[in-house]
Design a protein around this ligand. Structure first.
Ligand code: NAI
Length: 327
């Protein structure tokens, strides 16, 4: 399109952004003929580092990039934003309790919610990446009442990609021969990577993965703890794979996808997940930024147990977050 798409990225001097910005600017996310205006948000102490990233972006001479804005003010960053990727958040420090982590992030996502509500396009599409991402999305939405709840999402595509990758690896096929994997719930260790309806070359994946017990003891914990395992091995948390997943998430959501994908969205009561939390469901992206939660999936006792555990965790986070929002 001749009209540039205004894309805002927060945490723009961080690791994920460093892998993500070239994907966006090269046209790998929104298409090779879509002009892009980048609006990059950081905190003041990181503005010098951000400027270095902007120098590199200019040095790439990306033909699709029409303008780059660098700022530490969300009111400037979110101005007319069509797409907003929120990767800036307060990281968990050793020994930090969940409540402290939520408290630090409530203040960030409260301010950003207000700004989004005042200056972004009412049709803005938001993906929250910074952890705790589902609850940060809830806080953002709470303080951005004029942005439709369904326009705010949190990233669980990385979890889905990890699960698909492991099914392929463990059954000896290519990833595109795997289908039907879904992520339910929180982007945390309580998430439920569901392979009960997954297929490999059109056949049930479960027996090929060794059956339910092996899946429960080995596959599910592998996906739930994958982020921690990458952090331990690399000394830094997942960034290349996170950036890649953000690209996949936005591409599916905005351009549509023939496959069912997972993303954390405002619960609507589906699968007994009461309204009020951002919950990862399998969704069908029909294009133009519209999606629907896939209905009618039969859930057995095995799956139900996992789904209720992650639902409980999200409602516990919700109570803490809303108390802090009111304070
Ligand atoms: P990073 O620490 O390299 O970068 C984060 C950047 O955010 C820093 O440059 C920091 O200055 C900035 N920042 C902090 N507060 C900000 C604010 N209020 N406004 C704007 N910018 C702010 O971290 P990395 O590796 O890029 O990860 C970013 C976030 O994404 C982390 O919270 C991480 O836990 C989360 N994450 C989520 C995943 C998911 O699947 N949902 C996967 C991987 C990471």
């Amino acid at each position: 399109s001749k009209t540039p798409l205004t894309v805002c990225v927060s945490g723009a001097a961080g690791q994920i952004a460093y892998s993500l910005l070239p994907l966006i600017a090269r046209g790998d996310v929104f298409g090779r003929d879509q002009l892009i205006e980048l609006r990059l948000l950081e905190i003041k102490p990181a503005l010098d580092a951000l400027h270095g990233v902007v120098m590199e972006l200019r040095d790439c001479s990306f033909p699709l990039l029409t303008a780059i804005v660098e700022t530490d003010d969300p009111m400037v960053a979110f101005q007319h934003a069509d797409v907003t990727i929120l990767a800036g958040s307060f990281p968990r420090r050793p020994g930090m309790e969940r409540r402290d982590l939520i408290a630090r992030n409530v203040s960030i996502f409260k301010a950003q919610g207000h700004a989004l509500d005042s200056v972004a396009s009412k049709n803005v599409k938001v993906v929250v990446v910074g952890n705790p991402s589902n609850t940060n999305a809830l806080v953002l939405s709470h303080f951005a009442p004029t942005i439709p709840k369904q326009n705010i999402t949190a990233l669980t595509r990385l979890d889905q990609n990890r699960a698909v990758g492991q099914v392929a690896l463990r059954t000896g096929v290519r990833v595109d021969q795997v289908d039907g994997v879904a992520i339910w719930g929180n982007h945390s260790a309580s998430q439920y990577p569901d392979v009960t309806r997954a297929t490999v070359n059109g056949e049930p994946a479960l027996p090929k993965l060794g059956g339910r017990q092996v899946v429960a003891e080995d596959f599910i914990p592998c996906i739930q703890k994958r982020g921690a395992a990458v952090l331990k091995a690399r000394g830094f948390s997942s960034a290349m794979s996170a950036a890649n997943a953000i690209g996949d998430h936005l591409k599916s959501w905005i351009l549509g996808d023939s496959k069912i994908v997972s993303m954390a969205v405002a619960s609507d009561g589906s699968y007994d997940v009461k309204r009020g939390v951002y919950f990862s469901f399998p969704v069908r992206c029909v294009g133009g930024g519209d999606y629907e939660i896939v209905q009618g999936i039969e859930m057995d006792e095995f799956s139900r147990k996992y789904v209720s555990a992650t639902t409980e965790e999200l409602f516990a986070e919700r109570i803490e977050a809303l108390e802090l929002c009111a304070a």
